[in-house]
Design a protein around this ligand. Structure first.
Ligand code: ATP
Ligand code: MN
Ligand code: MN
Length: 307
């Protein structure tokens, strides 16, 4: 007689209301994490992510075949995209209008993870006021030869220089090699002022300590130096979001850190999917500083020159 074994329902797992297809697909081969692990991480981090990365135009780094296959950036919405990712029409530099994506809740990030998204990158302005950035970011990019100590010291020094300008800043380790130093801004200035401030400060620091810093993207000029990447502060530019996973070996996470914490940290990629939950549960230094908003007055650039 034939025995019919009833097949168990092989429904896709549901995370934050989103059905996850191919849940067992390896995303981080080396660390063994799957697409389901990524989706579940974004569910756990969803509230924190929404606080910081919510309501901002996004750039998604999608790796649908895992890190071993090709990854690509996507910033525009197309036909078949999950409804949990909202859309906003933005006029681009060429005068044409395109749909951008933004998140509003944990489900948005999980829906993006279902599409193979590993990293979330954010613009420096929120969707209700795209012409007024609220986030200034200095992305510290060390030359190959430089060690963690140099990057960390630069971040600490930059904090001091910003503080001299009455700007309170926060730090984020990227999960890669560098640190992002960011300043929450009151939305009183446009992109020209914010970009101009970042550009001027980077160039002033290069002049001040040319052996340590460069304000130029050129790899040749970076030799033994740290590139103070001020270009994150242009309209439409992005920086990786705090709490985003990175599509790099070991599944590192970009994490906002307190200044005392940074001083004792062993590297920019010490937080990973393996240990992030303790960090997620701890109080977030980012939020304490989110209240300290400052105006960039017109004299600031001039004062910088006289340092
Ligand atoms: P690391 O610490 O290793 O430098 P990072 O995230 O700062 O990590 P960068 O290469 O310095 O990496 O890039 C800074 C930011 O610029 C990124 O976080 C990303 O948001 C943005 N970016 C860089 N390249 C691209 C790209 N091709 N498309 C979209 N955004 C990009
Ligand atoms: Mn960087
Ligand atoms: Mn950079």
């Amino acid at each position: 007689a034939t025995v019919t074994i009833e097949q168990p329902e092989t429904d896709s797992p549901v995370v934050a209301g989103v059905k996850i297809s191919n849940p067992d697909r390896r995303v981080f081969g080396d660390a063994g994490f799957t697409k389901l692990d990524v989706a579940r991480y974004y569910e756990r981090a969803g509230e924190r992510l929404t606080e910081i990365a919510g309501h901002r135009p996004l750039s998604l780094l999608r790796c649908p075949g895992g890190l071993e296959e090709a990854c690509f950036f996507q910033k525009h919405g197309h036909g078949a995209m999950p409804a949990a990712l909202q859309r906003i029409a933005i006029e681009e530099s060429n005068g044409e209008t395109a749909d951008y994506l933004y998140a509003t809740r944990a489900e948005s990030f999980v829906a993006a993870a279902q599409m193979g998204t590993v990293e979330f990158h954010i613009q420096g302005a929120r969707t209700d006021r795209l012409d007024r950035p609220d986030r200034l970011v200095f992305d510290l990019d060390p030359d190959e030869g430089l060690g963690w100590d140099d990057v960390r010291q630069t971040a600490l020094d930059l904090r001091g220089w910003l503080s001299d300008l009455a700007l309170e800043s926060g730090a984020m380790v990227t999960g890669g090699k560098g640190v992002h130093v960011w300043v929450p801004l009151r939305r009183t200035q446009g992109w020209d002022a914010v970009r101009g401030f970042a550009k001027t400060l980077a160039h002033v620091l290069e002049e001040k300590e040319p052996k340590r810093f460069t304000a130029s993207m050129s790899k040749a000029r970076r030799k033994g130096r740290i590139f103070i990447d001020w270009l994150r502060n242009e309209r439409g530019a992005t920086a990786v979001a705090p709490w985003s996973l990175r599509a790099r070996a070991g599944a590192p996470v970009a994490v906002p850190v307190g200044w005392d914490e940074l001083a004792n940290l062993k590297g920019a990629a010490t937080f990973t999917l393996t240990n992030i939950d303790t960090r997620l549960a701890a109080p977030c230094p980012y939020l304490k500083q989110a209240n300290s908003l400052h105006t960039l007055d017109a004299d600031t650039a001039t004062r910088l020159q006289d340092w």
